[in-house]
Design a protein around this ligand. Structure first.
Ligand SMILES: Nc1nc2c(ncn2[C@@H]2O[C@H](COP(=O)(O)OP(=O)(O)OP(=O)(O)O)[C@@H](O)[C@H]2O)c(=O)[nH]1
Ligand SMILES: [Mg+2]
Length: 271
């Protein structure tokens, strides 16, 4: 039995839900099964289809109304409520074996950078439900090709990586929106970036007072191995397939598959 879970993380609007749906559609075309678990209590109703949906347990709107909380406080309340009712999640996940479960997470990155709500859910999935998990962290390519924003995005990805302690795959989403040749060339530098060269380029645009700090941040990003990003174009099956093969690799999906007897499915009549 193998249970693979993919946590899909990243800032608001980075393309997480679209990516989850691209994985499910691509897997359908290659005869594999996957399901989306929506962990965003504020997800737009009816925009995407989910197999398991936190909104069946608790919805952000209800919490805001009943507890008189703002959207961020209500979100934290929803997650604390989920943590107190993890048996609901266990029941919903039930017998999904040998299938991918893709956890579509909210875009409020403080949930995985500041407070230990998501790490607790991750530990529960690993220890109680035997999941092999990995994290994918999406950053928007058109945003990141501005070098200083690259470092801010890489630092947020890194903080999620440190907090969750999962195999971590960085993804640059919406690469199709990087249209002109100059930007495309620039984008290539960010897929396999040399952090020190990028720091030099930030330094050309910033006050000399900050140059040493910029170098240190670049060194930190380099030391933590945040140096590779996979390009994602949600509508392009090749890019989705490449990312799935990385996920298979880090979650050891293939190794955990039990070999099937060749004639298992066929009834052979006695002669
Ligand atoms: N051009 C292009 N647009 C994309 C791509 N992926 C997502 N989008 C668009 O980006 C917008 C946001 O996508 P979502 O998938 O809802 O983003 P999200 O990260 O789930 O957003 P939140 O749940 O609000 O944090 C939508 O309008 C998508 O159609 C992509 O690869 N290319
Ligand atoms: Mg979403």
């Amino acid at each position: 039995m193998s249970r693979v879970g993919v946590m899909v993380l990243g800032p608001a609007g980075a393309g997480k839900s679209t990516f989850c749906n691209s994985i499910v559609s691509h897997m359908q075309t290659i005869g594999r099964r996957s399901h989306i678990v929506n962990l965003d209590p504020a997800a737009e109703p009816n925009k995407y289809e989910f197999t398991i949906d936190i909104r069946d347990l608790i919805s952000l709107e209800d919490v805001m109304e009943e507890m008189s909380l703002g959207p961020n406080g209500a979100l934290i309340y929803c997650f604390e409520y989920l943590l107190q009712n993890l048996d609901w999640l266990d029941e919903e996940i039930g017998d999904y074996n040998d299938e991918y479960l893709i956890f579509d997470c909210p875009g409020q990155i403080e949930l995985y950078t500041h407070i230990p709500v998501l790490p607790n859910i991750v530990r529960h999935l690993q220890q109680q439900l035997n999941f092999n998990l990995c994290a994918t962290y999406l950053l928007e390519a058109p945003f990141v090709i501005d070098t200083s924003k690259f470092f801010s995005g890489a630092l947020s990805a890194m903080s999620a990586m440190i907090l969750l302690e999962l195999p971590h795959i960085n993804i640059l989403s919406k690469v199709d929106l990087v249209a002109n040749e100059y930007s495309k060339r620039k984008l290539k530098r960010f897929l396999n970036p040399d952090s020190m060269l990028l720091a030099d380029s930030v330094n050309q645009e910033t006050n000399a007072k900050f140059h040493k700090l910029n170098q240190c941040i670049a060194q930190l990003v380099d030391d933590f191995g945040m140096v590779q990003f996979l390009p994602l174009e949600a509508e392009n099956p090749d890019s989705v397939s490449t990312i799935i093969s990385y996920i298979d690799d880090v979650t050891q999906w293939a190794e955990a598959q039990e070999p099937k007897e060749p004639n298992d499915q066929i009834d052979i009549e006695d002669l």
